[in-house]
Design a protein around this ligand. Structure first.
Ligand code: FE
Ligand code: CA
Length: 518
């Protein structure tokens, strides 16, 4: 309780200071126009991130920087940065767009720390980071919040501001953190603020897209207020891409992989990722696990990089569509969403985890959703887990076989709130509920058509809740006995000062899969 209160005060202070500094200094030679961030906490440390950019949207994608530049980093035990416990200096290079990734180690477990950077004679805002408790620590509770789908063009990031005000111990980004696509017709898409350039297809384009998003004061406030975990979905690269395959069938994999490598490099340059995530060849190792005491294990998955291409494509497009039941390719056991290596790694965690709760953080809706295609025939969406049902069944089977404690899936992508029961046999509504699922709505992105979804809910009795009319995020208060989930909504994505309220609360009781309306 004391800790919560202490963090609460510091979070609000840090957030205000960030915003103030940005407006005061962003036109001069100030190098911290993109803010600061921390992430990937472990019991002895975390990653600190910033990227120097005196001109964030310089046309060459290098933020007005050229020379290698020394950056001092400081970690303090107090918010005023008086008691600095760790410090160092690194060089920021144009090869990585003057981004820095500091893996701070040898800290005390389970406590807050504050950090800042100093470069070009300027100090960055002070951010709040936090180490995880030791795995054997009896942790009584924690709060985390998760977000997805923040499309700059269609709204302001008020949801991020309200997430910061929750003072979560941890924030989880579940993908579509940027949108690569720039709308050609702004009025057709009700654009409230434009992207700075055309659709990102190369390193310069992706760098400037991330830079633009990181200039947002609400996103800066969120990063300053809490450490984060992250995975990506499709729009960090291209709509509905799959591994080496573009959504456009005529683009050869070797050409698409060049675009993907540029996007992955820009992702690394703008996220508080460990150095081991530094892109290698065409790839970037993103999936990872994080434990917070004996309370919770987070398995963060990468559902894009290793997947088989979507089944039953409709030329010239490979992207998601509702494929009718006659699409038997969908059921091919060779199809994979996670790739063999990541799947083995996940099942190994299922066997080893002794955490009271096991959160699987990933991009998309996991539950089956039987839909109708344009001809009225029953079918399934090909770009999500419904396009890879054999992988989903193996994951659920592994959860049952390992008797995993309290499995909960969290996801995004579908721009609406969902609460589902993941069933041992989805075709049999009275079969056991294996895991609980919560999907968060978008921070800003456009919702799916509501009436079409409402019409198919009777065919999907395992879907407990669906709501697409609001933008927002999900906050979770976790204790040993229960998980309390709040679906939080903002008043208006077009209002930069939008207020927040709670749409719905759910409780999951320990030992009993499936959410209860609270
Ligand atoms: Fe999205
Ligand atoms: Ca998506």
């Amino acid at each position: 309780m004391n800790r919560r209160k202490l963090i609460g005060l510091s979070g609000a202070f840090a957030a205000n200071w960030t915003v103030g500094r940005r407006f005061a200094r962003s036109t001069g030679g100030y190098p911290f126009t993109l803010g600061v961030a921390s992430g990937q906490p472990s019991p002895d440390g975390f990653v600190l991130w910033t990227r120097l950019a005196v001109l964030p949207l310089a046309p060459d994608g290098l933020g007005g920087m050229s020379e290698p530049t020394s950056v001092i980093w400081e970690v303090a035990a107090d918010e005023a940065m008086r008691n600095v416990v760790r410090t160092g200096t690194v060089e920021a290079y144009s090869r990585w767009a003057h981004s820095v990734h500091i893996e701070v180690t040898d800290l005390e477990p389970g406590r807050p720390y504050w950090y800042r950077f100093i470069a070009l004679g300027e100090a960055s805002p002070v951010g709040l980071a936090r180490t995880a408790p030791m795995p054997d620590t009896k942790l009584v509770g924690m709060r985390f919040a998760f977000a997805s789908c923040s499309n700059w063009q269609v709204g302001y990031f008020s949801a991020y501001r309200h997430m910061a005000a929750e003072n979560p111990d941890l924030v989880i980004f579940l993908g579509d953190y940027i949108y690569e696509h720039t709308y050609a017709n702004a009025s057709a898409h009700k654009v409230v603020r434009k992207h700075d350039g055309s659709t990102a297809i190369d390193l310069t384009g992706y760098r400037n897209r991330y830079a633009l998003y990181h200039t947002d004061p609400d996103l800066q406030a969120l990063h300053t207020a809490a450490p984060c975990l992250m995975t990506w979905d499709d729009h960090e690269v291209e709509n509905d891409y799959a591994n080496e395959w573009s959504e456009r069938m005529e683009i050869a994999p070797e050409n698409f992989l060049r675009r993907r490598a540029a996007a992955y490099q820009a992702y690394y340059e703008h996220m508080p990722l460990r150095i081991r995530s530094m892109p290698q060849g065409n790839g970037l190792r993103l999936y990872d696990r994080f434990r917070f005491g004996d309370l919770v294990s987070f398995s963060v998955l990468d559902g894009r990089q290793y997947r088989t291409k979507q089944p039953c494509e409709v030329p010239p497009w490979r992207h998601g569509h509702v494929a009718s039941e006659s699409c038997t390719d969908r059921l091919d056991p060779e199809r994979t969403l996670l790739g063999a290596q990541q799947e083995r790694w996940l099942f190994d965690e299922f066997r080893r985890s002794e955490a009271a709760w096991n959160v699987i953080a990933q991009e998309q809706l996991v539950a089956h959703l039987r839909q109708r295609n344009r001809d009225g025939a029953s079918g399934y969406w090909t770009d999500g887990w419904d396009g890879y049902p054999v992988t989903r069944q193996r994951v659920l089977d592994a959860i049952m076989a390992t008797r995993l404690n309290n499995p909960v899936f969290i996801g995004g992508d579908i721009h609406s709130f969902w609460t589902t029961d993941l069933k041992a046999d989805f075709a049999n509504p009275s079969s056991a509920t294996v895991a609980t699922e919560f999907v968060g709505t978008s921070i800003t992105s456009d919702p799916p058509p509501r009436e079409t979804t409402l019409a198919v809910l009777p065919d999907n009795p395992h879907i407990r809740f669906f709501e697409s009319r609001h933008r927002g995020y999900v906050a979770v208060d976790l204790t040993r006995d229960r998980m309390e989930t709040r679906m939080q909504i903002i008043s208006d994505r077009r209002d930069p000062k939008a207020t927040v309220s709670t749409l719905k609360r759910f409780v999951v009781e320990s030992g009993r899969a499936g959410a209860i309306f609270a």
